[in-house]
Write a protein that binds this ligand. Structure first.
Ligand code: TNX
Length: 522
């Protein structure tokens, strides 16, 4: 038996010849109160397929772990070795133990333990034993604190079950940030106190004339809570000053001519802008940022700033300075796409999200460095390797073909964050994020197909050792990925597989959508 853990752990010893850990009908999960909810989460994963009761019991009540048990140890003294998100996992015929300094660390230990069991463990109906986990000894901690996935719910709307499903999928690979692109030209998807037309008129459209939709405050709270139980921070994005046609269609006073714009269902970018000078704009943004900040427990609020081609160039930096200050005044750390580096007056600590290529185009490297010069740090989403909406190859029926694409799984795997911006110190790179834009994505099945397995590749870049070390090895990764396909199947994740046709009966918007490569890169 071999171990197919993705992302690959910092230290992994597989004892292939040793007797494995075996789960049985008498297995128990031992955890103190502080670890009980994570232990309960593991029980929820293991019970349906094993049919075992797997009670969660406290060692403080005198229960002692035996060879069929899984024991959780939450021990702050381990922080030195394991950090805030690391864990140790031991599996053998003597039992399974997961040790961490935090509940998040234990949660990542659970994901690795899952990967050591046969793929059938992921089934939701009772299967037959034996349930063996390869004997292994693992010490693991992430390279980057920010390991993100972005879902664009503005171009096409995805309801709460689709988003919680997406969260369940991304945590398999230890992703800890869900960036929701909540607003764009084609739709406004989050309710804002006192601004009912944003989710009235503004939410009723989507690309291609789809039905649209939005999250009520209650919906959004459910997403945030579901994410938080899985150690995922939700980062809401309100994209301004461009990408704002939905807002401009909902509130006439946001337009210089006082006339509401028509709803937009195409896929062009760069044609809309808020009016930087208007008081109405700033009253609007104050309402929006206040409401989104209040609904979001996480520390961040993303304000977009990309492709604002219709904002007068001299006003764009002024806008970003004022908008980032407003976000900070509402108690959140502002994040913006790298174009916002054109302002030299960003709120202190504003984070930049870089979306040019692995080889920076035009002045993108300078714009990214501008955030660092102003005391901020960077999230890297190089479009030619980390964009999940780009086609895999010439046969991919959904997705877009710009950004140097098609982008193979191998290309998504073979890049190094530290090599993109040579002037930027490594410690200013917060981490890595893979965005899924949804102009061509209409269903959960479409999401799965474009996201997997490329997100697994990007997750390994975010978590595991850098390029140039033995751990970063495409041939070895592709073997592990191969071993993952039965698991994707059992999990109901319709992942792309090289050489296999797109599954029939999917509802994707048909492909052929393309833009001139790099035409929009600042
Ligand atoms: C560029 S990348 C965009 C999005 C599009 C994407 C795909 C970025 C920050 N903005 O508005 O959805 O290309 O076409």
């Amino acid at each position: 038996m071999r171990a197919s853990i993705i992302p690959t752990p910092t230290e992994l010893q597989v004892n292939a010849s040793a007797a494995p850990f075996v789960l049985s009908v008498s297995s128990r999960i031992l955890a103190t109160d502080a670890a009980a909810s994570v232990a309960g989460h593991l029980a929820g994963i293991l019970r349906p397929s094993t049919g075992y009761p797997l009670p969660v019991l406290s060692p403080l009540d005198g229960h002692v772990a035996g060879p069929a048990d899984i024991a959780f140890h939450l021990d702050l003294t381990d922080e030195l070795e394991l950090g805030a998100e690391g864990y140790r996992l031991e599996t053998s015929a003597a039992g399974a133990t997961i040790t961490a300094a935090t509940a998040a660390g234990l949660f990542y230990g659970i994901q690795s333990l899952r990967h050591l069991f046969p793929a059938d463990i992921e089934k939701r109906s009772v299967q037959s034993a034996p349930w063996q986990a390869t004997a292994a000894s693992i010490i693991d901690r992430p390279r980057f604190a920010w390991r993100g996935a972005m879902l664009d719910v503005a171009r096409n709307f995805f309801d709460v079950p689709a988003v919680t499903r997406f969260i369940d999928e991304i945590v398999l690979f230890k992703i800890n940030v869900l960036h929701l692109h909540l607003t764009d030209d084609q739709g406004w998807r989050v309710s804002i106190a006192g601004r009912p037309e944003l989710t009235g008129i503004g939410a009723a459209s989507a690309v291609g004339g789809g039905p649209g939709g939005y999250y009520t405050e209650e919906d959004y709270a459910r997403i945030v809570a579901y994410a938080s139980e899985r150690f995922v921070t939700v980062v809401p994005e309100i994209d301004v000053p461009g990408h704002t046609n939905a807002a401009l269609s909902a509130y006439p006073e946001l337009n210089a001519d006082g006339t509401a714009r028509e709803p937009y269902t195409g896929i062009d970018v760069g044609f809309s802008s808020l009016d930087v000078d208007a008081d109405a704009t700033w009253q609007f943004l104050d309402d929006v940022f206040r409401s989104v900040a209040a609904q979001t427990p996480g520390p961040y609020l993303h304000i977009g700033g990309d492709e604002s081609h219709s904002t007068p160039p001299d006003q764009y930096p002024v806008f970003l300075a004022r908008a980032t200050a407003l976000v900070a005044a509402h108690g959140k750390v502002p994040i913006a796409w790298h174009e916002a580096g054109r302002s030299s007056d960003l709120a202190p600590g504003t984070i930049g999200q870089y979306w040019s290529y692995v080889t920076p185009q035009n002045n993108a490297a300078e714009l990214a460095a501008s955030f660092v010069d102003q005391g901020g740090s960077l999230i890297l989403s190089p479009a030619d390797v980390a964009y999940l909406d780009i086609t895999y190859d010439e046969t991919t029926p959904i997705g877009q073909a710009w950004a140097g694409g098609p982008t193979s799984v191998r290309a998504a795997y073979e890049w190094e964050p530290a090599d993109i911006l040579p002037g930027v110190a490594d410690e200013r790179i917060l981490g890595v994020e893979a965005p899924l834009w949804t102009e061509t994505v209409a269903s959960a099945a479409d999401i799965d197909y474009l996201v997997f397995p490329r997100l697994a590749a990007v997750a390994e870049i975010a978590w595991s050792a850098p390029a140039g070390t033995p751990a970063r090895n495409w041939a070895e990764f592709s073997d592990r990925l191969e071993a993952w396909y039965p698991r994707f199947l059992e999990l109901g994740i319709g992942a792309f597989r090289e050489g296999e046709p797109y599954p029939a009966g999917r509802s994707g918007v048909s492909g052929g959508v393309s833009r001139v490569p790099g035409s929009d890169l600042a």
